[in-house]
Design a protein around this ligand. Structure first.
Ligand code: ADP
Length: 250
């Protein structure tokens, strides 16, 4: 993975802050790819929203993209609906293509946040090629959460079908139960948050996605591990921000 090391840095400020150990500084690198990594229910979507507000770069969630296709009932939606409903992963080729097209858009020039991608080794390898092609350096944020906490979090999760805001009965309840704070829409349980589907998603995560941590270590990427079990999302974000401060240009 020679490309991985060649693009493994973000901005010259990395050198200035004395963190060269993660690799060489590439003065040409203009974009930062923040990869949010963690099991279903680890809070990737919530942290992504904080990062968007802070950095003003787009949030790219392959799960959201696929759900949009399903909502539109187009060819991609039809091809993926069944697998998503069952909690299985959809094909690497398809998600690679979706991400490839998305990160080529003008709003990604300064950087972007990847949420839910990569999820397999094949995707991770393709991602490294894509990032090299767009001249982006990557930083991986691993949200580490205890299994039991994940189960309780997901079962309390509700989403606004209109604006996508996530709520949680315990950690982030809406002001009025069952109703979105922002637009008053009735909240719903996401189809793939049903209990049997969640169990399958966790199995898939352990089998196919968790091993990517070794891939990230081997490619010598900057890997930030954050305990996302105990504190509120806002406090978790503050720790992520402190870690990223010297790595990203605002
Ligand atoms: P979570 O991270 O909570 O599992 P997501 O919204 O990221 O939820 O993903 C929901 C579903 O979308 C997955 O279970 C899978 O079917 C599909 N999916 C999303 N991203 C990918 C991906 N990178 N590769 C394959 N399937 C994906």
């Amino acid at each position: 993975m020679a490309q991985a090391k060649a693009t493994g840095q973000l901005t010259p400020s990395v050198a200035a802050s004395g963190q060269e150990s993660a690799g060489r500084v590439e003065a040409q690198a203009k974009a930062v790819a923040i990869i949010l990594f963690g099991s279903p229910g680890s809070g990737k979507g919530t942290q992504a929203k904080y990062l968007v507000d802070w950095l003003g770069i787009p949030h790219i969630s392959t799960g959201d993209m696929l759900r949009e296709h399903i909502g539109r009932g187009d060819a991609i939606g039809k091809a993926t609906e069944e697998r998503m409903r069952a909690g299985s992963l959809v094909s690497d080729e398809l998600v690679n293509q979706l991400v490839f097209e998305r990160i080529g858009e003008p709003d990604c020039e300064r950087g972007f946040i990847l949420d839910g991608y990569p999820r397999t080794t094949a995707q991770a390898e393709e991602m490294m090629r894509l990032l090299a092609a767009v001249g982006a350096g990557e930083v991986v944020i691993h949200l580490v959460v205890d299994y039991n906490i994940i189960i309780s979090r997901i079962s309390g999760r509700r989403v606004c079908p209109k604006c996508g805001t996530l709520y949680n009965a315990v950690s982030r309840p809406p002001k009025i139960e069952g109703v979105c704070d922002l637009d008053g829409t009735t909240l719903v349980i996401r189809e793939d948050d049903r209990e049997e589907v969640v169990r399958e998603r966790l199995i898939q995560y352990e089998r196919q996605t968790q091993p990517l941590i070794e891939f990230f270590r081997a490619t010598n990427e900057r890997l930030i591990e954050v305990d996302a079990s105990r504190e509120k999302p806002e406090a978790v974000f503050q720790r992520i921000r402190a870690e990223l401060k010297d790595l990203v240009q605002r």
